[in-house]
Design a protein around this ligand. Sequence first.
Ligand code: 5AD
Length: 453
Amino acid sequence: MPSVYIKTYGCQMTERDSESVAAQLVAKGYSLAASESVADVVLLNTCSVRDMAEQKAIGKMQNIAADVRRNRPDVILGFMGCMAQSRGQRLIDQLPDVDLVVGTQKFHRAADYIDDILSGRRQKIVETDAEQGSEAAIREHLLHGQAQRGRSVSAFVSIMQGCNQYCTFCIVPYTRGEERSRSILDIVAECRELAQGGVKEITLLGQIVTSYGKRDIPARDGKSAFVQFIEAAHEIEGLERIRFTSPHPKGYGADLVAAYARLPKLCPSAHLPLQSGSDRVLKAMHRGYTRARFLEILSQLRHVQPEIGLTTDIIVGFPGETAEDFNDTISLINEAQFDNAYLFKYSQRKDTTAAEMPGQIADELKEERHARALERINAIGRRRYESQVGKTAQILVEGPSKNNPARYMGRTRCNKIVLFDGSPRHQGQVMDVKITRTGSFTLYGDPAILNLE
Ligand code: 5AD
């Protein structure tokens, strides 16, 4: 059977989609190749959220077409995911070496498409239509054997797809479609199978995960569908940790805040995308909250879980962002004291309202603001990481560290990475370590010190 290599550009959702396609191919008898240079099928799973991500994937495909195709003309080349969805046929027009374009509601059909091309039934395939029920098709996992490092103790579970928020900067509603949620029963069954296979931590995924089930499952006892689902997952035996990403701040009602206090498996960490600290810009972005409301959510979360790990996404250089707006973002960064933040320079995206707004910001100014915000985020992050030194943290050990296989890597409940001198016997363990020092957004721990005390 042929071998396949999937390279992923993008978010956890995209990674999860790749894993599920790989699992489907493996189930059909394909093997997973170690690199594109030896694979029979090369798939790039792509991101559209910023132009740079798209250019990276296109550049990679050009290189593959030039290098791999020259020696092995029968290799199948395909794009999947958000960029495949938004560009469709135009990808093949631009890169005639590409055989296959698989949209975001067709991942589960990728194996059939590849079969069609390999058997000569079809030559070029572009499939980007919406498909009812596709949200429930990201279900297969690669837990053993050819799994990527760490996956067998921690797994991603896709619970909903799409987004109806239409933030004015964001392409996601156009690439992922309308919000569609799986049923609680179906997801719980998947999580139960994972737990039976040894998974101890699940991360629930969705483009706006806090809107899970909003249209189909009525609130009960003041609890949103999302909180009802977390409660159901919390009952699963063997699961020790529950996380989710990405939420929208508007999803942090009293029910979700209370869940952090009430449900011990719900890890005290949240990635809460802020985008801007200016009320004027938040409104133009169509975010649906104010700076004061955002800060209120952080303080409510810290009230119920004082050690909670808080991270965010921030965009600098949104159209019309004045010096004053940007200063509001800096002051919010100072006030919020995030553990880490992902900073993005605004990128004009196809079909979005903001792309047409007046007051587009020059690249140099975006650079300058990016550098200023980054300096603050790094300084605050460093202090927050250093404050962990000397403390004991519970980690779930995922496996050897990527950069230095002599070290092992785990995550604290607050979602900070901890490296320590470990061995295969630590893999998958939930254990306590003493934090001894910090690196850049990394903690170093020692399990032995605890035993000496
Ligand atoms: N330009 C820059 N950053 C963007 N993001 C989304 N769309 C854009 C864009 N057009 C960022 C947001 C989001 C993260 C995933 O990517 O901060 O939370």
